[in-house]
Design a protein around this ligand. Structure first.
Ligand code: BTN
Length: 250
């Protein structure tokens, strides 16, 4: 399939505020995150939006695979960032993605994008230290058209349920420039400007949840650093470990 990607219009919107920014579209790669991490190790530190029409080894959080089909959107934004406190970046990215796509989308801590309790988009953030600075690789995968459950207990949600006919290039056009803006805003102001928007879309708030370490409790939103607050029989627990996952019980 040959797609027409809005590389030029994204570049025009982003480059004035992000010197050295480029957009690159590949037909196939193992993973856009893996490729950007390879390039960082090879010394390529300019900001880059790398889009792949297909990935052969897409990666998700917690060491999981990320399966996508030919209608999916898969891309990574790589850029150097200077900030003391990185906690909460993944929430800010989730807020940006959900806000750019549709008012009905919710966020499942830390940054899964959900439609009616089904996953519509996933985000994987990785960083590399280069001398005194850090380079962030922000990978986003969006399900565009309906697809089978393929080993999952429920079929994933798709953006076309909300926006019939939308395709991957149109989705990228909606996401890219606001994402860069959100990340640059986070670099200066931290999570504070995103918190209210996260709370408005919080899919877990007030619900009974189970953590991957077996703990049960009730989700009570997030704190100022982006940690998930869970009321358990042992009191209020703050979950900030990237290694813990959470799921609603109802
Ligand atoms: C998750 O939900 O676990 C995160 C999924 C992230 C998937 C995207 S697709 C583009 C980028 N490249 C990858 O290999 N992963 C991210």
């Amino acid at each position: 399939m040959t797609l027409r990607w809005p590389s030029e219009s994204i570049w025009e919107a982003v480059a004035p505020d992000l010197p050295g920014f480029t957009v690159e579209v590949l037909q196939q790669i193992d993973s856009t995150n893996t490729e950007l991490m390879r390039r960082v190790r090879a010394g390529q530190l300019d900001p880059l939006l790398l889009v792949a029409e297909s990935q052969t080894a897409g990666r998700g959080r917690l060491g999981r695979d990320w399966q996508s089909d030919e209608s999916s959107l898969t891309f990574s934004l790589g850029l150097p960032l200077e900030m003391a406190d990185w906690s909460g970046l993944s929430l800010a990215v989730g807020v940006s993605v959900a806000t750019s796509l549709h008012p009905d989308l919710q966020l499942k801590w830390p940054n899964d994008v959900w439609l009616q309790d089904r996953k519509l988009a996933g985000i994987l953030i990785e960083t590399a230290s280069v001398g005194a600075m850090r380079y962030a690789v922000i990978g986003v995968g969006v399900n565009i058209a309906a697809r089978e459950a393929r080993g999952l207990s429920t079929a994933p949600a798709s953006l076309q349920e909300l926006l019939p006919g939308i395709d991957a290039p149109q989705t990228l056009q909606r996401l890219a420039a606001p994402l860069v803006e959100a990340v640059k805003r986070f670099e200066v102001l931290g999570l504070a400007p995103f918190l209210e928007m996260f709370h408005a879309r919080d899919a877990l708030a007030g619900r009974d949840v189970t953590l991957s370490d077996g703990t049960a409790g009730q989700a009570r939103g997030v704190d100022g650093s982006g940690a998930l607050l869970v009321h358990t029989s042992a009191g209020l627990r703050k979950i900030n470990s990237a290694e813990i996952s959470v799921r609603p019980r109802n």
